[in-house]
Design a protein around this ligand. Sequence first.
Ligand code: PA5
Length: 420
Amino acid sequence: MIRYERFFKLEANEEKSRLMMNAFGFLMHEKEKGISGYYNLPIDGENLLKEINSYIIQEDEVYQNAENIVVIGIGGSSLGAKAIDSMLRHKYNNLKKLLFLENPDPVSISKTLNRIKKHNSIFVVISKSGGTIETTSIFKTVLKEFDMDLKSEDAKRVLIISDEGSPLCKFADFYGIKAFTIPKNVGGRFSVLSSVGIVPLSLAGYDMRNVLKGAKHMIKRFFNSKEEHIAIKALYYCKNYQKTPINVLFSYADFLEDFTKWFIQLWAESLGKIDKDGKNVGLTPVAHIGSIDQHSFLQLIMQGPRDKTVTFIKVEDFENDLKIPDISLKYIEKTDYINNHTFNELINAECDATKESLVKEGIPVDTITLDKVNEENVGELIAYFELLTSYAGAIFDINTYDQPGVEFGKKILVKKFKGN
Ligand code: PA5
């Protein structure tokens, strides 16, 4: 269960009601016409899980011997799986390792390659477009490092995840490598609940059925108009984007750090656009971990420019009863008030205290409280942020799903290697 609370007001008026109705209608249209396909991923997931299961049965030996599932992908092709892995890993005992080869950083690539062997790894190459330079370069490096011959049995330890008909899918077809496709109408950063996230996470051993279930319920409730808080928050953010252009996500759990990176990509790449009137619009995501960043960034929020909103994510029950021991230390007795309390109590009280202090300052704050971390809550949280992003995009009247701005740099990069 997740609770959503808002500590700021959106004064209702006719214009706002009209904007909200239009945006809701727009999202409904996107869903029904298949303009954006992520709304249906939790339903389509059942077939995908069957396909993954057939692969596991067919490649039983390779699968049983694999200790590492190595994801080769970047951006929307890696951040979602990484986020879910970080959030849920501590709840499982028998998972395969999930490793990510994302950045063309020679030090981290070498470090990861040194940790694995060919015979105990499955390499999952993920790229929606099927030609991303970082991903293909790292894949080539893996093939060379492990002396892999794709015309041999080695092909069985490679999986491709890409759009149907993409260069990578054609490559898979050529070598008879198993390929899972991504629906064409699902954009990279909205693809975590497609094969992009479901395949590597299922292979690692996660129960993805319940993640999909959590997302499905959220999307269903949203389209049944039962999650109005999403609309109100999106509208508040968009209406005030010049006054409060920075949205801080303050998550009180270390295992949420990768989730906040996934959120940053989703929010920034989807909403930073040129609108239909030629105006640059967007909202700037910033992510922090509590209580660590109370000792750094919080000062700026409290007393710096009033240009931020803050969303707290809190986990009510960490299912861990580690306590602060009842020890009184000479000269630091003033900290004894916390003795015998759990760390779970401490971190949440810190979250509440920070929230209260910001609310008192009149800073727009909302909280998202997970009763605990489990698969369903993770699925719901993902769907919540995706819907919030789509809603904000509809209010801005932009294309939420493209990213023309990043293409310019890619063209310059090609010129740097190939010349004009
Ligand atoms: O959201 C997006 O579409 C992008 O950020 C992509 O995920 C990223 O560029 C990786 O692209 P690809 O999956 O095509 O390799």
